[in-house]
Design a protein around this ligand. Structure first.
Ligand code: ATP
Ligand code: MG
Length: 642
């Protein structure tokens, strides 16, 4: 067996076929957990190690920074370092920043990660008063228009053609969009869509730039291709410049970004667009137990998906998925925390457990319940690891110490330095302090791992700098709290899908059959994240003592072993949103109350009924500290993208 063949060990025949198809167009169409990501990783490693392609000429595009970091790490472990694995935005931004001063002149524009501040200013210029929630809806609509390549001048016609329902009239939205673009240009700013657009434009208008980029990158691999949007496809085509060395993998049943303009048609039409393409299907599910796989298959079978990518479980039997109903949300969160504690006590590491929800604001109850139970947690979509103040401070101190580095063993030296920034032997109770401690502990753990391999402080600092440049955070110990969107591509031993009510999943404003099907796919994504333990739960009322008017998601009808609940009284989504928008403030923490039940109570469901002043102060401080993480809009997942 030669060196490269080692890489094929541990692949099944279809995955092996993917790995061995090193040239030409290849499309892997397969369900969740069948090893698509594994197959492309091994394919790149096999091609590089067998000498067919050069590592530097590969551009692997993944969906999140974390996925890109993992891909690079796995390639290094497979003996193929040096491959560029990035998100679309990160790859484009690198090229744009490099070529901008050379072909356009001056400094490259600055990147805005959120459209909200500029959109807010656009509204003020137009003397339009908008609430933050409405601004978020406007941002989503502008994003859709931009990825679909519809400019402000064409928006009104496009909104009618594509049956868009913007939060303000199409003509008003077009004005806000136009003002947004003007301000953006005046300030020399680019958003994520503009980065892709400009990169493609620079390549089209400057042939020497296109030639240089195409000379560098000759082999393209795209993971999660079902969620590619028209703008990303345009850039990919521009990079390829008519060449065909492209391998894509995806699962049409996991399309969860069509609300932002993504489309699975590039995946399902791949062999039409690329005649002669090898299309390979994988069906063996290596991730989940047969019990989890059966449920995932049923959820898709009950929908309208034309793609019957039925999964065949490979793992031994596990526990049945649990379906649990609670009286109210705090009761649900408290019991989930208890179940997590039991799993941890049985030896399941906390990093192998996730709580997944439909919208980020649902995380708050779980943050509180886990903090109360003294269970560490990590909120995905929050600040990037290497940008956290405590991590930046620690890296500066470690770098300084490395320059003077004398003889002390790595692990104890790192512990000593991190102790100065707040790493205590045992973790603090919860909240911000706990998060800070978890970040420092992750650095200390990495130092211990490297010390075991004989590394010294300068080597540790070099590794940290490399990871920081790749945004590759060390694993932070703790239960993951994430939205279903942020969970794609990931897996855990135990998954708790919480708040699975009709109104949350499908979300209340999903009205068209297509939107409802997308919500079903989100449930499928959630279920298929679990290797072994899966719990799906919902609460009949939001707050204790509230009206128990909620029913479980309609997608669970016939799957939970209970009689389906009576459907809710039909109410238009807009009416419902209006109803929850009245500005009533919580008498304990002063937060604006949006749910009717809470407004009736006069306080948040999670705030205590009998409170004293000291508790009130603590709660206020805690909420201020966590507000940044908990108030993130649904599309915050994009902060994870560059
Ligand atoms: P998703 O659709 O969720 O992105 P995927 O198809 O990309 O899933 P992977 O993440 O590549 O699937 O693999 C799922 C799990 O199965 C991983 O833990 C992976 O290591 C394991 N796996 C994949 N292929 C095999 C195999 N041939 N033998 C053993 N384990 C495998
Ligand atoms: Mg994958």
């Amino acid at each position: 067996m030669n060196n490269a063949d080692d890489v094929l060990i541990g692949l099944d025949p279809e995955q092996r076929a993917v790995a061995e198809a090193v040239r030409g167009p290849v499309c892997v169409l397969a369900g969740a957990g069948t090893g698509k990501t594994r197959a492309i990783t091994h394919r790149i490693a096999y091609a590089v190690r067998s000498g067919v392609i050069d590592a530097q000429s590969v551009l692997a595009v993944t969906f999140t920074t974390r996925a890109a970091g993992e891909l690079r790490q796995r390639l290094r472990a497979l003996g193929a370092p040096g491959v560029q694995a990035r998100t679309f935005h990160a790859a484009a931004l690198r090229q744009l920043t490099y070529f901008w001063p050379r072909v356009i002149g001056g400094a490259a524009p600055s990147v805005i990660e959120s459209k909200l501040p500029v959109l807010g200013e656009a509204c003020r210029r137009l003397r339009r008063n908008v609430e933050r929630a409405e601004l978020r809806d406007i941002a989503s609509e502008v994003e859709w228009a931009k990825v679909t390549q519809i400019g402000p001048e064409d928006y009104v016609a496009a909104a009618a053609k594509y049956h868009r329902t913007p939060p303000i009239t199409p003509a008003e939205l077009a004005d806000v969009y136009d003002a947004y673009e003007q301000i953006r240009r005046e300030r020399h700013l680019v958003d994520f869509e503009t980065i892709l657009e400009l990169t493609a434009a620079v390549m089209t208008e400057h042939q020497e730039v296109a030639a240089q980029i195409r000379q560098q990158y000759r082999y393209f691999v795209v993971d999660e291709y079902q969620d590619v949007n028209p703008l990303q496809k345009l850039l990919l085509d521009t990079w390829l410049g008519g060449r065909d060395d492209l391998c894509v993998v995806g699962d049409p049943n996991q399309t969860i970004y069509s609300f932002t303009g993504a489309s699975p048609r590039y995946l399902t039409n791949f062999s039409v667009d690329h005649p002669g393409a090898a299309v390979i299907k994988l069906v063996r599910d290596y991730r989940s137990t047969p019990q989890v796989v059966d449920l995932a298959n049923l959820v898709i079978a009950k929908g309208k998906s034309p793609h019957r990518l039925e999964l065949v479980a490979q793992r031994p039997d596990g526990p049945k998925p649990a379906f649990k109903e609670y009286d109210d949300e705090p009761a649900e969160a408290a019991d989930v925390a208890r179940s997590i504690r039991k799993l941890i006590d049985k030896g399941v590491p906390s990093r192998e457990i996730a709580v997944l929800f439909r919208v980020n604001s649902q995380s708050e109850a779980y943050e509180e319940a886990l903090a109360k139970a003294e269970i560490p947690y990590v909120l995905r979509g929050a600040e990037r690891f290497f940008e956290r103040p405590e991590v930046r401070q620690a890296v500066v101190l470690l770098r300084g110490a490395a320059r003077s580095a004398a003889g002390e063993p790595l692990a104890s030296e790192v512990h000593h330095i991190l102790g100065g920034v707040g790493l205590t032997p045992s973790p603090p109770g919860g909240g911000k302090a706990r998060e800070k401690w978890e970040s420092l502990k992750a650095l200390a753990d990495l130092a211990e791992d490297m010390a075991a391999e004989g590394a010294d402080l300068p080597a540790f600092v070099t590794e940290l700098e490399r990871r920081a440049s790749e945004q590759h955070a060390p694993p932070v110990e703790g239960v993951t709290l994430a939205s279903l969107h942020a969970a794609k591509g990931l897996e855990w031993d135990a998954v708790f899908l919480v708040g699975v009510t009709d109104g949350m999943l499908p979300i209340i404003y999903a009205e068209s059959p297509e939107q409802i099907e997308e919500e079903r796919r989100l449930l499928y994504v959630g279920i298929t994240r679990a290797r072994e333990h899966l719990s799906i739960s919902w609460a009949a009322a939001r707050a204790p003592g509230g009206r128990k008017g909620r029913r479980p998601s309609r997608f669970l009808d016939g799957l939970t072993g209970r009689a389906p609940a009576a459907p809710r009284v039909a109410q238009s989504a807009r009416a419902e949103r209006r109803q929850v928008a009245a500005p009533v403030n919580c008498r304990v923490c002063a937060k604006t109350l949006t749910a009717a039940t809470e407004q009736k109570l006069g306080r948040c469901a999670t705030c205590p009924a009998d409170y004293d002043e000291a508790l009130l102060e603590r709660l206020k401080a805690w909420r201020t500290a966590t507000a940044k993480e908990t108030k993130v809009p649904p599309y915050v997942i994009f902060t994870d993208v560059t």
